[in-house]
Design a protein around this ligand. Sequence first.
Ligand code: GLN
Length: 546
Amino acid sequence: MRIYPKKKPNYIFISGGVLSGLGKGITTASIGLILKSKGFKVTAIKIDPYINFDAGTLRPTEHGEVWVTEDGGEIDQDLGHYERFLGEKLSKNHNITTGQVYYAVITRERAGNYLGKTVQPIPHITDEIKRRITTLVEKEGVEFVLIEIGGTIGDYENVLFLEAARQMKYEGRRVLFVHVSYLPVLGSTGEMKTKPTQHSVKALQGLGIQPDFIICRSEQELDAPRREKVALFCSVKSEDIIANPDVKNIYEIPLKLDEQKIGDKILNKLALKAKKSDLSDWKKFVEKMNNATKEVKIGIVGKYFDVGKYKLRDSYISVIEAIKHAAGANDVHPKMMWIDAKDLEKKSKLKILNEVDGIIVPGGFGSEGVEGKILAIKYARVNEIPFLGLCFGFQLAVVEYARNVCGLEDANTTEVDSGTKIPVIDFLPWQKELIKQSKYGATMRLGAQVIRIKKNTLAWKLYGNDRVVERFRHRYEINPKYINEFETHGFIFSGESEKEEGIMQIGELPEYKHKFFIGTQAHPEFTSRPLKPNPLFNGFIRASSR
Ligand code: GLN
């Protein structure tokens, strides 16, 4: 069904300058939130210039977390920021990659659709990019679409996307350009420098694009002389240079941008009028977060941290945000401790778990660090430390219980030991065939599924509902053959798939055994929103702060 908007849609392209990792995704999401709060129907698209069809086959340390949409898309983590800030559910079509665009054009070429013609980057690739953006916008009937172009100006790989954006404006569509750039402060002189930004804007202008706004990311506040300099050299009015210095809490960014009236300035340029932005609920949430003084220490036992000499948390970004949302709601300040599962395998290191108030074992793949995670889970179970297991973390909690409570010493997941005699976690039956045929792309059990919650369990108390929807991404499951064995030993399966009977989705220990021990096959971090924390995270943080 096509719902055409009352007025013509407005396209805002967001590009990046000087360096990557500036938080373009958060900036995009923040502008979206401001426009939404003015009463517009807003959405966002992320363009990733890589050849991969989607992010599903990318390693987390390479790309960061894979965000999962309700319709089962495995896509860029920026979509997570969009969904969290906008409070809208986005489909997988909101992530466009070079791979998808070329695949579509080459498929058409093979089908003879361009017979007789030379198929070229311009116009065929750029047309396909424009087609993807405009059809999505028409289908959803939105008034504003923010399109974040991944990478940095000067990268070869995003040139055709920028060209498509330029053409959209040239063709008379309602288009604005926002350039997010960086102003470094030199360590030796302490001076903020504008030259890299000037260069990146020159490069953008060289592609035929004049930015309407420049958002200046920096460690320190932008001062008047630097603002004037950027304005003069980049031909952007000084009031359209927006400061965006580092903040402690990313949820402050929409408020900072709103203070500088970016929403009204955007509307002015497009000759639109709307009510004042209303971010009062958002502001309350930010204040609650910032004012919390009581600290709660959460240990996250994972393995996707190290990239060379640097530790990157991007692999677990939604888990981090879900913790923050729940902490805000419980008036506590979360301190996250990153615990490398591989380290825990040296038993002397287990002591570190003494310091935490709650333990999360997040999603993961493969055998590395698994024994360390199992030790952490045992530690949480035996010492009654609140525990939340997410997907792989849930599966390993089941392995731990099998080994140490049910007396099945050799229990394992076939993901780690394909020949294990006691496969308490095994392939979902239909997954085996796919893997045999090396079909890895977009073939996991993906997207939203309904979970039926068992009455009078912890899960039921937390969700307050007997039917809930969460998002999934996995190939393995609790082996149905062992469910009885677990239940006899006091483990409770409190959530089961509604569609596929026998697939266990949530498991827990009864209250008399543990104050908070729960795991889920789902990724509840994907449904947590700032103003609406996910119930499992909420309960976990509440238990951890007691
Ligand atoms: N590796 C496990 C599986 O495929 C868990 C996946 C995950 O944690 N997302 O089932």
